[in-house]
Design a protein around this ligand. Structure first.
Ligand SMILES: NC(=O)c1ccc[n+]([C@@H]2O[C@H](COP(=O)([O-])OP(=O)(O)OC[C@H]3O[C@@H](n4cnc5c(N)ncnc54)[C@H](OP(=O)(O)O)[C@@H]3O)[C@@H](O)[C@H]2O)c1
Length: 298
């Protein structure tokens, strides 16, 4: 199987590393907008560095994209050097971007006119899950198209779930990440208040984590990244802001009143504006702390 991987970002790079393993019966080509990153990856792993997306895609059975937003994928479709011209009939575009369902449906329809398959296949599990090859992959699209791409997905994914038609994977991912955002913001607000009330945040977290208010944020993110003040940069706040916006759009499209998710999206936009493009998602806590006038540390 020939696989092309486009987009060697924070999560794309460790995903592509699994596809580069010699044990896998696949030949890998990589392309990245900043060419130096793809050149370094190709040299390190002995795979092909493609100079353009079309050069990577031509003759490939599976083309995987992992960009910030669906529009970045859509922008690569057209032109003499676009994916529509370069991908072969019968091949599959697997979009691992945490995308938006409407754009994914548009992309799928255009590829289908050329006999090219499409699945939206966003992932969860973070950079650590990508490194370990234990990502969850949420797939939208035809089951038969998923089967054609499955060997590539299995290289980095442990749990591969067919969620429904094109866009369903994007929708599940967006709702998941909106819940992550709710938990980060709400936990920060609560712990900042406890700190001001004279309770050690570490003690407060310890109690919450043995009680019913716990979440992945309280159990893992706050102890490892907030109390320690480490705030490693693994997943940009800008991308979580985008995901919360997609979730709010999904609830609007389905006419579901969603005041909590709408407010979460607004708050993340404010935090993103205040902290900039490179801030990590957990740094939204710093924004809550600044407004509260309290730091969540012992
Ligand atoms: N990081 C995580 O933990 C995580 C977890 C789950 C899902 N995701 C999702 O996975 C996707 C990628 O996230 P990431 O963290 O890897 O992002 P990232 O570190 O910001 O990397 C983005 C990648 O896309 C490329 N890119 C950006 N804009 C582009 C454009 N217009 N055309 C072509 N390439 C473009 C970048 O190229 P350059 O190198 O040239 O900048 C880079 O390779 C996002 O949708 C994100 O929400 C991320």
């Amino acid at each position: 199987m020939i696989v092309a991987f486009l987009g060697l970002g924070a999560i794309g790079t460790p995903m592509a590393r699994h596809l580069a393993k010699p044990s896998l019966a696949s030949k890998l080509r990589v392309w990245n907008r900043t060419a130096a990153k793809a050149a370094a990856f190709a040299a390190e792993h002995g795979v092909t560095h493609a100079p353009t997306p079309a050069a990577a895609a031509r003759g490939a059975d599976v083309v995987i994209t992992c960009f910030p937003v669906s529009r970045d994928v859509e922008a690569l479709l057209d032109g003499a050097d676009g994916l529509l011209e370069s991908m072969a009939r019968g091949s599959v575009l697997v979009d691992c971007t945490s995308g938006d369902p409407a754009t994914s449906r548009r992309i799928a329809a255009r590829l289908a006119e050329r006999g090219i398959g499409f699945i939206d296949a966003p992932v969860s599990g973070g950079v650590a899950g990508a490194e370990a090859g234990t990502l969850t992959v949420m797939v939208g699209g035809d089951a038969a198209v998923l089967e054609r791409a499955r060997p590539a997905l299995e290289s980095f994914g442990k749990k591969i779930v067919h969620c429904g038609p094109v866009g369903a994977g994007d929708a599940v991912k967006a709702v998941n990440n909106a819940l992550l955002a709710v938990h980060i913001l709400a936990t920060a607000e609560g712990l900042a208040a406890l700190k001001k009330a004279g309770v050690d945040p570490a003690l407060g977290l310890d109690v919450i984590n043995a009680s019913s208010g716990r979440s992945n944020a309280s159990m893992n993110l706050f102890p490892e990244r907030v109390l320690s003040r480490a705030f490693p940069r693994t997943f940009r706040l800008a991308l979580l802001d985008k995901d919360a916006g997609i979730a709010a759009q999904v609830t609007r499209e389905q006419a579901v009143p969603s005041p909590l998710l709408d407010l979460t999206s607004e708050l993340l936009k404010e935090a993103h504006r205040a902290l900039g493009e490179e801030a990590d998602h957990v740094e939204a806590v710093r924004w809550v702390e600044a407004r509260a006038g309290a730091e969540i540390r012992s």
